[in-house]
Each structure stands twice: as structure tokens, then as C-alpha cells.
Design a binder for this molecule. Sequence first.
Ligand code: ACO
Length: 311
Amino acid sequence: DSQGPEAYFEHLLAEDSRIEPRDWMPEAYRKTLVRQISQHAHSEIIGMQPEANWITRAPSLKRKSILMAKVQDEAGHGLYLYSAAETLGTPREKMTEDLIAGKARYSSIFNYPTLSWADMGAIGWLVDGAAICNQVPLCRASYGPYGRAMVRVCKEESFHQRQGFEILLELANGTEAQREMAQDAINRWYAPSLMMFGPPDDDSPNSKQSMAWNIKRFSNDELRSRFVGMIVEQVKALGLTLPDDQIRYNEDTKQWEHAPLDWAEFKEVLAGRGPCNAQRLARRREAHENGAWVREAAAAYAAKQSAAQAR
Ligand code: ACO
């Protein structure tokens, strides 16, 4: 291109096309993507823990196999995302080191405990529901490998959301104790799931630039509002309630409104002081150490194979 790589990058953004790994890109664009994609990958991997906690206690063989498959899907999502981040030049080992050293972020939501079987329902319905709401627009993210990974991830997340909703539906139509357990899970997961969308727009330092680069398509508050509008209808089908009596549709702004969220709590969780942060990181570190022999064996095998090919 006669006008140089910078103009070509701007041209691709202007026509809403995709930037691919070999294309020139501003360093800040690369850095933002590595930040977001690696955080997203870590969230999928850490997110396996709260649900894995219930695999041994799932109420039937069928529920157990569904839950195991779901937790495995999350591992798969983490792996696609690490691969997408690697195309930007940051090796997976580096991202993993940062995570286990406690230097990397992952979603606030996975620092809350899973106290009952109904939490598997609430996570599927609310947490995966929020993830879909946030991630469907990311299928159109300007960075090709990220957008393409999101397409597959969203398909699997839709299945996860339905299985969660179905768990809640069954409990809601069960005994009084089951119904109460479902309501309690919704009460505990509602506000943390709204916080998954990130801080309010006036306190979101990255949004403006990420939107200008076609990475984010909607602001944190826009997506949060859209999510509230979805679940306020869906909860009726469960015959349960959301723990928020301030939900209303504002005709002027065309946004769903909800009760104020506790952003001080959000900041505590981000600072590493949520209910389960220490436990989640300790488990991740342990798993990494226990996997050392697998990495060594895989590396030795790969070295042998390439030596054999060179002969
Ligand atoms: N949990 C932890 N950290 C968060 C959260 C959250 N829920 N929301 C925002 N943050 C962090 C941001 O990463 C940023 O910190 P950083 O600058 O150190 O990276 C800071 O809070 C300020 O937030 P924003 O300026 O709004 O950040 P950003 O523009 O990146 O928007 C968002 C945050 C919406 C989470 C965005 O990064 C995103 O869409 N990520 C991809 C989706 C994702 O990560 N999902 C994971 C959970 S879903 C799942 O895995 C099933």
C-alpha cells in the first residue's frame, strides 16, 4: 500500500474489516488485545474451579456428565483464547506465569463460592448468560483470531446457559426446599453477574479507545442494561424473582435500570480480596506444578519427533 501501513490499518478499521496477525498494528492496539484476550482466557480457566467443585456431588449420573462436559468446554475456551493471544507475540508460558504470580486479572465473578447445587443453575443462567451478552458483539471484534474464537465460544455458551436455566426450572418446580435453594442461588449471583460487565461507563478507562478500535462494540453499561432486560423476563418463566425491586425500563434513555451495585465490593475483588481469590490462585498454582511432568514429557516427545524428521 503506497500510503504506508498505518493508513492501511485505519482503512481496515474504517471499512469494518479485520486485522490479522501479520498486519501492521499500533503497539497500543496490540497491548490492549493481549490484555483483554489473556484476561478472558484466564477467566475461562479459573472459571472451571467453582463448577468443578460440584462434579462429585451432582445429583445424578446425567447431571454429572453434563457438568463435566461443561467444565471441559471452559478449558477448551481458555485454550482457543491463549492461542489467539499468542498470535500477538506473547507466549502462553508468560501469560500463565503472570496468572499464577497473581499479576494478571481474571473475571471478578469467579471469586465467589458455589454453596449449593442450585449455584450450578444460577451460574449457567446468569453468569454464562452475561458472558454471552458481552461476547456476541465480540464476534465482530476487529482482531480476526479473537472474533473467530468468540463465534465458537458463544455457541457453546448458549448450550451452557440453557442447561443452567433448566436446572433452575426443575428446582423451581420441585419441593419447597428446592425452590428456596434456587431462589437463594439467584439472590447471591445476581449482583456479581451484573458486575461482570465491568465498571460504570464514567469509570471505565479502556472503553473509549477499545470502541474506537472496533474491539468493543457497546459500552459496559449498555450491555449490562441489555442483560437486565433479558433476565427480568426469563425469571418469570422460573416463577422466581430477582433480588432487585428497582428494575424498570426508562423510555427516555431506552435503557433498563437497576438498583445501584456495590462498586466498593467490586474493587475489593479486583484487588485480590474477594471471598475466594486466594483459594482460586492456590489451586491454579498447584495444578500448574502438578502438570510439570506433562509439559516436560510433551517437550521431550516433540524434540524427538523433530530430530527424527531432520534425520
Ligand atoms: N472482573 C475483573 N476485572 C474487570 C472486570 C471484571 N468483571 N471488569 C473490568 N475489569 C477490569 C478491566 O480489565 C480493567 O483493568 P485493566 O486495565 O487492568 O485491564 C479495569 O477493570 C477497568 O475496566 P474497563 O476500562 O471497563 O476495561 P475493559 O474495556 O477491558 O472492559 C470487559 C472490561 C467488559 C470485561 C472487557 O475486558 C471484556 O469484554 N472482556 C472479554 C470478556 C471477558 O473477559 N469475560 C470473562 C468472563 S466470562 C467467562 O469467562 C465465562
